[in-house]
Ligand binder design. Sequence first.
Ligand SMILES: C[S@@+](CC[C@H](N)C(=O)[O-])C[C@H]1O[C@@H](n2cnc3c(N)ncnc32)[C@H](O)[C@@H]1O
Ligand SMILES: *[C@@H]1O[C@H](CO)[C@@H](O)[C@H](O)[C@H]1NC(C)=O
Length: 226
Amino acid sequence: MLFYYCFISVFFIRFFGQDPSTAPRRRPSTRWIPTALLQPPPSSSPLAKKGDSVLDLCCGSGDLAFLLSEKVGPNGQIAAYRQRRRSKLCCKNTKCVEGNAVELPFFESYFDAITIGYGLTNVVDGSKAMEEMCRVLKKGSKVSVLYFNKSTQPLITLIQDLMVDYVIVHVASGHGLGSEYGYLKNSIKEYLTGDELEKLALEVGFSSAKHFEVGEGIMGNLVATR
Ligand SMILES: C[S@@+](CC[C@H](N)C(=O)[O-])C[C@H]1O[C@@H](n2cnc3c(N)ncnc32)[C@H](O)[C@@H]1O
Ligand SMILES: *[C@@H]1O[C@H](CO)[C@@H](O)[C@H](O)[C@H]1NC(C)=O
């Protein structure tokens, strides 16, 4: 129990960085993003490199998009995609695109990589979104999907629920993002297990898919290759 308490504290700090009331948000906090998301096992070769075109789906406040924009450099490009646009994101190589993840306005085989952090459960038709991701990815390129690890152990599920209710939603409200995270409460239950995610990826056309536990198994990362 103590271990999980410590983990939650670490997660809290990593997820949102500084206290928003004391730190004006000059640049997004990227500390919550597990390195695994951008350097997925087992190859541990980076998901995105200099000059790549990367799509960050369900980009939220754009923390992940910001980190990616630094990775791809000035010759790369990031499409930060979300349902409602906010004008805050503005790195030179990053474009904000508004739309639904089930209908991506991009050509086939366009992107070198796709990321989606805490977003797949928001999309009502997750399998259609996976299909769209597969379509716009180049052959051999990867998508990295980060979310909680849907556990079969009731205690872990309870801890995740408490984390969402009392930590994430509360702190997100401080960032004016309460509504973006409020829905999370029941979403872990509706989400898929690692095995189900792998199966879904293969069904929609990815050639391989592997789910990894991240952060002591509290979170999970699906890596699928087109
Ligand atoms: C919890 S936030 C994701 C956090 C984000 N990845 C980050 O790095 O800060 C969820 C995001 O999903 C977006 N979203 C929800 N449903 C969507 C859909 N059907 N298509 C595209 N974006 C969607 C919301 O607009 C919101 O920005
Ligand atoms: C992660 O989820 C899987 C089921 O999808 C479960 O078997 C495993 O125990 C979970 N890991 C942890 C640490 O709860």
